[in-house]
Design a protein around this ligand. Sequence first.
Ligand SMILES: Cc1cc2nc3c(=O)[nH]c(=O)nc-3n(C[C@H](O)[C@H](O)[C@H](O)COP(=O)(O)OP(=O)(O)OC[C@H]3O[C@@H](n4cnc5c(N)ncnc54)[C@H](O)[C@@H]3O)c2cc1C
Length: 351
Amino acid sequence: MEDVVVIGAGLSGLTAARQLQQAGHQVIVIDKSRGLGGRLATRRRGFTAVDHGCRHLQPFSDSTLSFLPALLEAGVLQSWEPEPFTLEAGGSLKAGLPETLYTAPQGMSAVAKALAPGLTIHRQWRATALTPLPQGWRIEGETLSADRQEQLSSIKAKAVVVAIPAPQAAALMDKAAPQNEGLFKLMHQLQNVEFDAVITAMAGYSSDESANLPNQTSRGGWMVGGNSHPILRWAALDSSKRTDPQEPVTVVHSSAVFAANNIDRSDLESVGQELLAAAAGSLASWLGSPTWMQVHRWRYGFVRQPLGSPLLHSPAMPTLVGCGDWCSGGNVEGAIASGYRAAELIATALK
Ligand SMILES: Cc1cc2nc3c(=O)[nH]c(=O)nc-3n(C[C@H](O)[C@H](O)[C@H](O)COP(=O)(O)OP(=O)(O)OC[C@H]3O[C@@H](n4cnc5c(N)ncnc54)[C@H](O)[C@@H]3O)c2cc1C
């Protein structure tokens, strides 16, 4: 039996795993994806990195949790100074106020990679069910890669950190909850957490293109935010985060309403084209004529209704804890804060 299994290698899971390992526990992290970092995600297209998830980091309000100074010093992060704009409901662009922002020149997943060394991580292993045992937990799952030598079907652990979005965490408890009142209550709390979906279009443009917005005054890239446009939530010149950009690349994130209406469409390419057409109409006409485009859907993108507490736990089940941005905060800082708290709680329970 393992000491601790952490389900999810996003920032909350990696934070919890590192803290528990540093406290002397034997920890295994599992994740269904091939990469690390969850929503801190980077696509590679040749030599081009594109951040299709988390856009940037900001200074943490709780500086005791912050890894920003260490990662800036190591060169994993650098400051990013795009010209900011706000997109208003009617489609007009207003100059915004500059903020202190940090991005990773190699792509935001580099932040997760920087937290992973020394951890035992089983990738492409999807947890499917969590069952309480007299002395711990059984995590059932499935290997998603055909060529994995080790075909694990379940792992037993003294303690479990569930560091995946709340709706996915609730699904793990489906099977055992009807026979276990404590688990049933936790599952119910998870079911009250709500997420907004996001659809993201990534697009490349000819290098001859100016890649600026018409009302831009500087040449260091641009970023457009705002929550009142019916189709667009955020867009930026992603290539302005790179030290040696090969071509102009943009990332456009949809509004929650647009994502809700289009998330299950099978013609994802057309959905991406609709997003770019909206960006072309409101921001700059060249955005509608990319040389390539990729689309990603985030079913659990941004937290709409959080748990309202730094982690999910029950005194009746001290060796199970849920953590993630959905607990409180709804961002990277919230995910990390929750991961720290989860590690503290499990370390106490294992004493
Ligand atoms: C488009 C977008 C833009 C964003 N921009 C910003 C931003 O600019 N700044 C900011 O601070 N935050 C931003 N966020 C939010 C930020 O990315 C998240 O708050 C943070 O990354 C959440 O980390 P997490 O560890 O809680 O969850 P996640 O990153 O979602 O990690 C969960 C992990 O669990 C894995 N997993 C899920 N189910 C299973 C299973 N059954 N078995 C095994 N593994 C599983 C997933 O593969 C994933 O790796 C953005 C989010 C999105 C979607």
